[in-house]
Design a protein around this ligand. Structure first.
Ligand code: AMP
Length: 113
């Protein structure tokens, strides 16, 4: 499949890797929107959150637990951070492989723009 994030997860395209296990790959965003900005992706291809159903609860929970673990590792757990899953056009998704943004080390607005 011609998917940039599948290629990043497999190492075919280089990235600034933060974490990897059998299910997930995490790497720093190439256009950071905050002093700390990394992405967590499942190695399995899902186009968006719309492809996730309750049969994937284990993976989804593992992704959230990994976000918390990596927030601690990158030193943003106490100051705070935002986890974002942009989905389809209105959600602002530009890469059609499910990914969670984790952003920190600055204050974020609510409601989002
Ligand atoms: P989204 O707009 O939610 O789909 O987010 C896609 C994110 O992937 C954007 O923040 C991009 O900056 C980031 N991105 C795209 N290509 C790469 C890459 N090769 N390495 C790291 N991050 C990337």
């Amino acid at each position: 499949m011609n998917c940039i994030f599948c290629k990043i997860a497999s190492g075919e395209i280089p990235s600034k890797k933060l974490f990897e296990d059998e299910l997930l790959f995490a790497f720093y965003d190439i256009q950071p929107q905050a002093p700390v900005h990394f992405l967590i992706i499942p190695k399995q291809h899902f186009s968006s959150l719309n492809d996730i159903s309750k049969e994937h609860s284990g993976l989804a929970g593992h992704l959230l637990a990994t976000a918390a673990e990596l927030a601690k590792k990158t030193g943003i757990d106490q100051s705070g951070y935002r986890v974002v899953l942009n989905t389809n056009d209105d959600g602002g998704q530009s890469v059609p492989h499910l990914h969670a943004h984790v952003l920190g080390k600055r204050k974020f607005l609510w409601p989002p723009g």
